[in-house]
Design a protein around this ligand. Structure first.
Ligand code: PRP
Length: 178
């Protein structure tokens, strides 16, 4: 079914203020330490860039790329690592950075996996959260904004690979809804 770009759910100004607020909280919580950001590709790359620039601490970073749910079903929640983190995270204060948490399966799996590598601490940070879609209980320490269960694009989020570059978050609608 054909899709069209619907209304703006979160404007670029609101996104900027979300990033400032999360950056301030992280700066406060990790005062006197450095943090190691791990961005989950592809969606998190734009948020990661904005978040990092709002953290007033020494920040190191890396990226991880995963394919959702190896085996084809969401029931296991096991994600396949396409590109792993390249640096040793032992002893580091790790913050995993996502654009969105939906079922929670990706972050849940990544947290378990990265925890086995002896970081000093591990926290989760997402720009957007769809709590209605959650299938696994997971504590996300830093949430930019909770959103309703709508299909959204922009600010890193795609539909068939496009729209990641939109500066605002928009709702993608089906033409039939008109
Ligand atoms: C999205 C998002 C998270 C995951 C969240 O990635 O960036 O990684 O889905 O969903 P979950 O909470 O149900 O696990 P996607 O698979 O769309 O890949 P992309 O970031 O490359 O677009």
């Amino acid at each position: 079914m054909a899709k069209y770009l619907g209304e703006t759910l979160i404007s670029k100004d609101e996104i900027a203020s979300i990033c400032e607020s999360l950056g301030r909280r992280i700066t406060h919580d990790y005062f006197g330490r450095s943090v190691f950001l791990i961005g989950v590709l592809k969606g998190a790359f734009i948020f990661m860039a904005d978040l990092a620039r709002n953290i007033d601490l020494p920040v190191d970073m890396d990226f991880i790329s995963v394919s959702s749910y190896a085996g084809g079903t969401q029931s296991t929640g096991v994600v396949r690592i396409i590109k792993d983190v390249e640096q040793n995270i032992a002893g580091k204060h790790v913050i995993v950075v996502e654009d969105i948490v939906d079922s929670g399966l990706t972050l849940n799996h990544l947290k378990q996996l990265l925890s086995t590598r002896s970081p000093a601490s591990i926290a989760l940070c997402t720009a957007f959260d769809k709590p209605e879609r959650r299938r696994v209980a997971i504590d996300v320490e830093y949430v930019g904004r909770r959103i309703p269960d709508e299909f959204i694009v922009g600010y890193g989020l795609d539909y068939n690979g496009i729209y990641r570059n939109l500066p605002d978050v928009r709702i993608l609608r089906d033409n039939a809804e008109e």
